[in-house]
Design a protein. Structure first.
Length: 390
């Protein structure tokens, strides 16, 4: 029988939506924003991007004027961007993932996420505390000492990047040390199927989460391993890259997250990652929306003819002409020169007007091809680079 972290994981869609709307409106009030009548109203609110957050933090250090409360730690991530951290139970909501990975009371977790400046180490330690597991605050590096500690202490679970566990296992094997690790909770990198299988062959069940320093846990795998279940403390939207417009369900787009944490109420924070909604409910019984996991980066900024073309510019092109459904910039080479083609989904329209808008908004001239709606791939790309450099 599945042991759930709490009753929130199996509540009805209506109960979840009502509770999320109440928490969302409380956070909107903290941000000085008007309440919403329903969750669909989120799509009309502005998206907050990391570049904007960084600029705001420089103007109003350390948190850009956001209504942060109960912060006992301040972390620094590349950018730099500064994030608050709390010590209340499961502040980053990582306990839900560790529970799904089978980690709990009686387990000793070797936490190989970094503890210095960046929050990953504290995020997983806070989660381990929420499920009653003990922690070895190992951090990164010193593999021989890590292997020795895992053996001497009797570590039963690993937390860290997917590939570093293999390094510890191989080092322990070379040192003649038997380890008791049977569970792994990983993140911060790609978990390739071959690596997961290698761990399974060594008697280790390995599951992954999708989390960020700003938001904490966003989604996580359960033993069913069918997509990633969205955490109960966030609202996830999938939008067209460079915009805040939700895509058709199932289509690939950028992950935008609203956290319901009252201590750090980020609203429509753009992760820069691509994913898609996975239809249906997880066989494990958890009822929240699922996503397909990490599917690439949404920041498809590409230099063409010496000029950067950004997804936001493509979005502006779509917004300028009401009849345009979607647009896609394609970079190619003609001889030794860059070439740009803009494919536009529209029912007719003035190709000449589209070309003028392309030159005005993208600051480049290129061929414009008008195609029927539904013709462009639903892969989340708005800028496609087909140039070969080898």
């Amino acid at each position: 029988m599945t042991a759930y972290f709490d009753d929130l994981e199996t509540r009805s869609a209506d109960a979840r939506a009502a509770a999320q709307l109440e928490a969302l409106n409380a956070n909107l009030a903290r941000n000085g924003m008007a309440p919403l009548a329903d969750l669909a109203g989120l799509a009309a609110l502005p998206v907050l991007r990391k570049s904007e957050l960084s600029a705001r933090q420089k103007a109003q250090p350390p948190f850009g004027g956001l209504p942060v409360s109960n912060a006992v730690h301040i972390f620094q991530s590349p950018g730099p961007i500064y994030e608050p951290g709390g010590i209340s139970l499961d502040w980053w909501r990582m306990g839900r993932f560790l529970n799904a990975a089978g980690i709990g009371k009686g387990d000793i977790v070797q936490n190989c996420f970094g503890y210095h400046l960046t929050p990953a180490g504290m995020i997983f330690e806070n989660g381990a505390r929420a499920v009653g597991a003990a922690v070895v605050p190992a951090g990164t590096g010193q593999t021989e000492l890590q292997a020795r500690a895992a053996h001497d202490i009797g570590v039963t679970a690993y937390a860290g990047t997917p590939d570093y566990l293999k390094i510890i296992l191989d080092k322990a094997e070379a040192m003649g040390l038997a380890l008791k690790i049977t569970k792994a909770a990983v993140g911060g990198g790609a978990l390739f199927p071959s690596l997961r299988q290698e761990y399974a062959d060594r008697g280790i069940a390995c599951l992954q989460s999708y989390a960020t320093a700003d938001l904490g846990n966003i989604a996580y795998e359960s033993a069913a391993m069918e997509g990633m279940i969205v955490d109960e403390g966030v609202i996830v939207e999938i939008v067209t890259p460079g915009t805040g417009t939700p895509v058709v369900p199932g289509e690939v787009g950028e992950v935008v997250v609203t956290t319901l944490n009252p201590d750090y109420p980020l609203v429509r924070f753009a992760t820069g990652d691509l994913s898609a909604v996975l239809p249906g409910q997880s066989p494990c019984g958890r009822t929240n929306m699922r996503i397909r996991g990490w599917m690439g980066r949404a920041d498809q900024t590409t230099k063409i003819k010496g000029m950067f073309v950004r997804p936001e510019q493509v979005a502006q092109l779509v917004e300028k002409h009401a009849e345009i459904v979607k647009a896609r910039v394609i970079a190619t080479r003609e001889g030794e020169m860059d070439a740009m083609t803009v494919r536009i989904e529209a029912e007719g329209g003035d190709a000449g007007a589209y070309a003028r808008s392309v030159a005005d908004l993208l600051k480049l001239k290129g061929a414009v091809e008008v195609v029927t709606p539904g013709s462009l791939p639903k892969d989340g790309l708005v800028i496609e680079d087909l140039r070969k450099y080898d």
